[in-house]
Design a binder for this molecule. Structure first.
Ligand code: FRU
Length: 327
């Protein structure tokens, strides 16, 4: 059998600073353990398009065989930089966020337009008599924010009793959401429901409303539905969030698709991951499944570590044996 070639995969992440993207990287690493001939070069652009541009160049200089990227924005400069990589013959996988050109092999992520629509259709079921919705946007120049907004409008279009009474720009971040909420307390005071493009911002705005003594609080709806003690699933469980929508990271799938591309196999243009509405009606079942999955993942990580240790032991014993035989 022919020896497998080693490959270097570059991963340009728009930001590594939040839980959702930490889960994404873990999902990748777990899958990478199945491909010992892959090396991952990871760059975190910390929400800066300028930094991401520089990091893409750096990855190309480091001679990557494939680029996985979550582009910070759909901007022309970032699109051009990815075009350039693709035209060099380096395969490109877009993960979660899009660009405005066709210069990529595959896109992997959930359908944000569809998620926005699901939110829009859920709102009238939560506000039976209609009411005012305040929308907290993610970064307005990023594709998930644009698509979630567009979907929301489509979803509520059939229900004139629901109106969007405010749009605030939280840029996906807890702190930015807090600042814009503090600056728009009157808009929030009038709201019946706050829909934030992610759970982090929903919870941040909710805290501001509580601190401002808004009573009764509006309902809060978010997106992501992460496991963990402070994240979306737990917040549905304790009733803090009324609904959230699962947004899978695609980390595992990105490595699988990378492996197929590097093996010269055909891949699909788009891998759309499923979402689901999570609320009081299904949270128990979903939480139980997610806890079980988390447990299994931890076991896999332990097994991977154990295999690493055994490999080290094997290597050193082989060396020792070699010394004995050749003495
Ligand atoms: C994490 C995040 C998620 C959101 C996604 C959109 O950085 O803000 O909360 O669903 O990015 O790209």
């Amino acid at each position: 059998p022919t020896e497998k070639k080693n490959y270097t995969i570059g991963f340009s992440q728009c930001t590594g600073g939040d839980e959702w993207r930490r889960v994404m990287l873990n999902d990748m690493k777990r899958e990478l353990a199945l491909y010992p001939h892959f090396q991952l070069l990871y760059k975190d652009a910390a929400n800066s398009t300028a930094t991401q541009l520089a990091q893409i160049k750096e990855l190309v200089r480091q001679d990557i065989d494939l680029l996985i990227i979550s582009p910070n924005e759909t901007s022309a400069v970032l699109t051009a930089a990815i075009d350039e990589v693709f035209q060099k013959g380096i395969p490109v996988i877009l993960l979660d966020r899009k660009i405005t050109s066709d210069s990529y092999n595959s896109f992997i992520g959930a359908d944000n337009l569809e998620i926005g629509r699901m939110v829009g259709e859920a709102v009238p079921t939560l506000l039976k008599n209609g009411g005012k919705v305040v929308e907290i946007w993610g970064l307005a120049s990023s594709s998930p924010a644009q698509e979630r907004h567009k979907g929301l409008l489509e979803g509520i279009a059939k229900t004139p009793k629901i109106q969007i009474s405010g749009q605030l720009y939280g840029q996906w971040e807890q702190d930015t959401a807090r600042k814009v909420a503090l600056a728009n307390l009157e808009t929030l005071r009038e709201a019946d429901l706050v829909f934030a493009h992610n759970d982090v911002m929903a919870l941040s705005v909710q805290r501001v409303c509580q601190e401002a003594g808004i009573n009764p609080l509006p309902l809060f709806v978010g997106i992501d539905g992460l496991p963990g003690p402070k994240s979306g699933l737990q917040r549905i469980m304790d009733g803090t969030l009324t609904a959230t929508f699962l947004y899978p990271t695609g980390g595992e799938e990105a490595i699988e698709v990378a492996a197929q591309i590097l093996a010269g196999k055909a891949t699909k243009r788009e891998y759309l991951l499923n979402s689901i509405r999570i609320d009081r009606s299904n949270i128990k079942a979903i939480k139980a499944q997610s806890d079980k999955l988390l447990h299994q993942q931890q076991d896999i990580e332990k097994l991977n570590q154990r295999i690493g240790q055994l490999n080290d032991t094997y290597a050193s014993q082989k060396n020792a044996l070699y010394v004995i035989i050749t003495c």
